[in-house]
Design a protein. Structure first.
Length: 235
């Protein structure tokens, strides 16, 4: 399986910056063997964006109902219509979501052929109190579906946008906890991934990918991370 690099643009970028970014990525097509998933805001999606085979478009949320009176929400069918094939679910910046909602959303996405990237991760207090393993097991049990194709992203809340990253050993250990709780083989890491730490993170032998926030917004910066991955993994 290719190394997975997911760019979460959060509430950043415009449609023109997205089209420009994808154009530049397409131009690098032959140099990239990793799987890339770019997740811009909904308004950036455009059904006429052409994508190389290893590039996919993801959303940052979806509703668990297929349609109905849910003002301001977006359904999986609406996302699919715009060429979206992945969806990030349960991100901690959407903190009002419950574990059971995240599970329902994941099930709806899987049922409609979207590939969910389900986020799990402990907060600073649980980390300080050494409850990370317990929290991971709880979240895996309560927000991750029992069937279907999906990816899990280990994203400690205290590492998001802070510049702090757990030690490689701590990440590797949580990946094992998540694997044994879910039976999934491929787990990715997110939280302050940057050009400064990617080389070190790639030493984690059970890491299958990364979920990148702020360092994915600028094409040159993002592409340097991709190049580092390509250098490390000789596919
Ligand atoms: P940063 O890379 O900006 O810390 O964000 C991580 C994240 O939340 C990706 O989903």
């Amino acid at each position: 399986m290719s190394f997975l690099i997911v760019a979460n643009w959060k509430m950043n970028g415009t449609r023109s910056s997205f089209v420009d970014f994808i154009g530049k990525l397409n131009d690098k097509g032959n140099e990239i063997t990793s799987k890339l998933v770019i997740c811009p805001p909904f308004t950036s999606f455009s059904d006429n964006v052409k994508l190389n085979n290893n590039i996919s478009i993801g959303a940052q949320n979806c509703h668990y109902k297929k349609s109905g009176p849910y003002t301001g929400e977006i359904s999986v069918e609406m996302l699919k219509e715009l060429g979206c094939t992945y969806v990030i679910l349960g991100h901690s910046e959407r903190a009002h979501e419950t574990d059971s909602e995240i599970k329902l959303k994941s099930e709806t996405a899987i049922g409609s052929g979207l590939h969910p990237i389900i986020c799990v991760g402990e907060n600073a207090e649980d980390n300080k109190n050494k409850k990370t393993k317990e929290v991971m097991e709880y979240q895996c049990k309560n927000r991750v579906p029992t069937h279907g194709e999906y990816t899990i992203a280990y994203e400690p809340i205290w590492a998001i946008g802070t510049g702090y990253v757990p030690s490689n050993n701590a990440i590797a250990e949580m990946i094992e906890v998540i694997k044994s709780s879910t039976g999934k083989k491929h787990i990715i890491y997110g939280g302050s991934v940057s050009l400064d730490n990617i080389e070190n993170l790639l030493n984690i032998s059970n890491l299958s990918g990364v979920l990148i926030g702020s360092a994915s917004l600028d094409f040159e910066r993002f592409y340097k991370i991709v190049q580092q991955v390509e250098k490390t993994y000789q596919f």
